[in-house]
Design a protein around this ligand. Structure first.
Ligand code: FAD
Length: 500
């Protein structure tokens, strides 16, 4: 056959692992990426003497060599583990408020529980109950789904069945009375994009469980190092990559994939296409409407887009301790509202009282930035649709106003930061839209409402023969799930070929 066995659209996590796994199996694979480097979100960019991490705050699912987690095993199977230098983060997170409140946790269950009990003695019993519930839920989920129990009955997994469709807020309200405790325990909602009133409890439980049991990690060289290693592995197995090469159209005939057309108008034939682009752009932007079956449109209409992000990337001319950065991951809260009202704040342009997460990688990895310097990545979630309404002539003014507001919020807690800024870059939802190509710059795919949670995700398979998806749009978002999504898509293709 001329052309390729498979074309992969997009070199984000899912696209990279799908490409590498298919090439490892001997398929002829072409990876097309519209940007000039691999990674998608898993990337970095340089300003002055700093290389800024774009996305990765905490890598989940890694585990230690003695107690490997699923991600460590997956990277081992891909043959790239020994090419990465992993940095274990000694702290889980801290919550810090301008009124002086501060609490921090190590990634140890007993330490988290005892720290919380010391701060909230009136809720001692409920704190034990909550973490027992988190562990029971996570262990039953893993047994039923990760280890693929063929008969996952209610009798075998009572906690999973009882809590699968509860929101995080329902569980927190059932157990706790102190709003400060509820806010401290639920800050990880920012990693999924929905406040506790809407967030499915399973996400909060799984996030706590995986970060505590498998520890939060970072990578020397940032997430770009991981993307580069996977790209090199793909090339070493005979794969081909073209950067600055967006796909304009997926060619379909009689319900089956024929290949793709690039933005330069070149038509390249392939029997399989794996899309790492969003499901929305794949079906709506890259395919002729008559080729897309009605059920696909109906399915997509029932979902909503996750928020995007507003981020400050700051490079400082001093070490972290000179600024008061003592922990790698800090959630900065100004109020305790974790209700639905948070959603309307995410719709608004001003930063206001929104929670923010500040990551200073140099705390866990002193070599992350050049000697005598450090960097911080400060993020808050914002919906892209509001930014789309900003007129082009006002864009820079609005962007700098929001950045100034964010910086003032940081200064409330770390008053010395402004005087030490050497480089400052700002990313808005428009930036994510531009670099990822996702609708409204959504960084977490579709919103993971309980009705759209891990139990009801759209499939990686498409009714179009030969089309597969590998991204955070067809499963959970995050590094571990999207890296896994690529391997799952590759496995499905290999199985199809083996059956023939
Ligand atoms: C600010 C931020 C912080 C985050 N923090 C964390 C964290 O701490 N821990 C964690 O686990 N996860 C985190 N995430 C989430 C994680 O980064 C993402 O879920 C994951 O990287 C998404 O991978 P993906 O495979 O879906 O591809 P994406 O990263 O979405 O990449 C898609 C790729 O497809 C390309 N593409 C799109 N259309 C086309 C086309 N037509 N032709 C060619 N190429 C195309 C794009 O250019 C892009 O390279 C964060 C994300 C962001 C943005």
């Amino acid at each position: 056959m001329d052309g390729y066995d498979a074309i992969v659209i997009g070199a984000g996590n899912g696209g990279l692992t799908a490409s590498a796994a298919l090439a490892q199996k001997g398929l002829k694979v072409l990876l097309l990426e519209r940007h000039n480097i691999p990674g998608g979100c898993a990337t970095s960019f340089c300003r002055g003497r700093f290389e800024f991490e774009v996305a990765l705050h905490q890598l989940s699912g890694m585990g230690t060599p003695e107690k490997p987690g699923p991600l460590r095993m997956m990277l081992g199977n891909l043959g790239i583990l020994d090419q990465l230098e992993l940095v274990e983060m000694p702290e889980l997170y801290q919550v810090i408020m301008p009124d002086g409140f501060k609490i921090g946790f190590k990634p140890e269950k007993e330490q988290v529980v005892s720290e919380l009990k010391a701060r909230f003695p009136q809720e001692r019993q409920a704190i034990d109950t909550f973490f027992d519930l988190v562990y029971a839920y996570a262990q039953q989920m893993l047994a039923a789904f990760f280890f693929k129990d063929p008969e996952p009955t209610r009798e075998k997994y009572p906690v999973m069945y009882a809590y699968a469709f509860k929101t995080a807020a329902e569980v927190l309200d059932e157990l706790f009375t102190d709003p400060l405790l509820k806010a401290v325990i639920s800050v990880y909602w920012g990693y999924v994009g929905l406040p506790p009133d809407r967030l499915a409890f399973p996400y909060l439980a799984m996030i706590f469980f995986t970060y505590i049991e498998f520890k939060p990690f970072h990578i020397k060289g940032g997430s770009q190092a991981l993307s580069n290693v996977i790209a090199h592995t793909f090339l070493s197995h005979g794969g081909a990559i073209r950067f600055n090469c967006g796909v304009k159209r997926i060619m379909v005939e009689k319900g089956a994939i024929q290949g793709v057309e690039t933005q330069d108008g070149e038509r390249i034939r392939a029997r399989f296409v794996v899309s790492n682009a969003s499901q929305v752009s794949t079906y709506v932007g890259l395919m002729d409407p008559e080729q897309v079956p009605d059920p696909v449109h109906r399915e997509m209409r029932g979902r909503s887009l996750s928020p995007s992000a507003f981020t400050l990337f700051a490079g400082f001319d001093c070490e972290p301790d000179a600024l008061g950065f003592t922990q790698p991951t800090s959630f900065l809260l100004r109020d305790l509202d974790v209700s639905d009202r948070v959603l309307s704040r995410m719709e608004a342009l001003p930063i206001g009282n929104q929670p923010m997460v500040l990551s200073c990688y140099d705390v866990a990895d002193p070599d992350f930035s050049p000697p005598g310097t450090c960097q911080a990545n400060i993020v808050t979630l914002k919906y892209g649709r509001t930014w789309l309404k900003v007129p082009p002539e006002a864009y820079h003014r609005v962007k700098f106003q929001c950045a100034e507001e964010m910086l003032q919020r940081v200064e409330e807690i770390y008053p010395r930061v402004r005087g030490h800024i050497e480089e400052l870059e700002i990313a808005t939802p428009m930036t994510h839209m531009r670099y990822l190509g996702h609708p409204e710059g959504a960084i977490y795919g579709y919103e993971q409402y309980t009705k759209d949670s891990m139990f009801f995700q759209p499939g990686r398979h498409s009714p179009i023969q030969g089309l597969y998806f590998a991204s955070g749009w067809v499963g959970d978002c995050g590094f571990h799930p999207t890296l896994q999504a690529g391997l799952t898509a590759a496995k499905s293709i290999v199985r199809t070929l083996e059956r023939e």
